[in-house]
Design a binder for this molecule. Sequence first.
Ligand SMILES: C[S@@+](CC[C@H](N)C(=O)[O-])C[C@H]1O[C@@H](n2cnc3c(N)ncnc32)[C@H](O)[C@@H]1O
Length: 301
Amino acid sequence: MVIADLGCSSGPNALALVSVAVEAIHGYCLQLQQPPPELCVFLNDLPDNDFNTVVKSLVTIRRCNGPVVVTGIAPGSFYERLFTSSSVHLVCSSSSLHWLSKAPEVLTKNQIPAYYIDEHARREKLPMVLGAYAQQFRKDFRHFLKLRAKELVPGGQMVVSIIGRHSDGFAPFHIWGILAQVLSLMASEGVIDKAKFDSFYVPVYGPSKEDIREVIQEEGSFSIKEFLVHDFLSGLDNTLVTPSWIANQIRAVYEQIVVQHFGDVMDEFVRIAERRWSLDRSLLQEEHAGLAMLTLSVTKP
Ligand SMILES: C[S@@+](CC[C@H](N)C(=O)[O-])C[C@H]1O[C@@H](n2cnc3c(N)ncnc32)[C@H](O)[C@@H]1O
């Protein structure tokens, strides 16, 4: 069997999904008193990922004297072909598919800011801006499904989790609004250039369950087996969720893209974020309120 994790990153989480999959397959075969299949595990991320660190940890998956598990790296964008036709049995991906292939061109080409500093303009333009992001998500996710459908064997499965939003009752928003909130403050205070802030686009969109379901149904290669929606921060000890913790989480996720655009401003970012959220915690809650973790498993018939 061939298993692939798409968007593995390079920290301690890099092997988490594939390790669970390998254990589950071995456990299942043990239960059936059958010899486990030989497994080939691939880890994918963008070529800039720190694959050196990943490769060093990959040996922990291989076992001496145990069932055969071989490992490999498949660098590249998951919006391109990664594997040969009908060669993969299980694709998993965690917290990665909300990254788009690019920011919507209708915004970048027409120089329409994704997040207006002025609150009135922001509210007025948000539906149009988010509409453009939603359209880019649909295009990318549809393309992703088509590519994976080619690569999976008949009966192959995908298990993916995507950071998104609860369906109804909340105004639509950017899931990176919490980052933009602090950067816009930095722009107003002159720490970063306002014009630069207006041309800053994060290629991330938080879909709803309906967004995802619709694309899967329209695209037609997969049927949905299970679909779960959790609160984004559910299960976390509330005392951990301090302004400092959140600021550093945001730093971990967005540092690269922020530094590429604005230069080395992340220490200042964390300082300003902590100050702002310590003074007014409701600003944090506002941005987190509608966030959800969407987890689904689909099968290629
Ligand atoms: C938030 S991390 C998730 C890491 C890990 N899967 C986890 O659950 O902790 C998102 C990862 O997706 C990767 N990623 C984003 N766009 C990608 C693309 N088009 N192709 C492959 N990987 C991508 C990023 O480089 C990053 O490592």
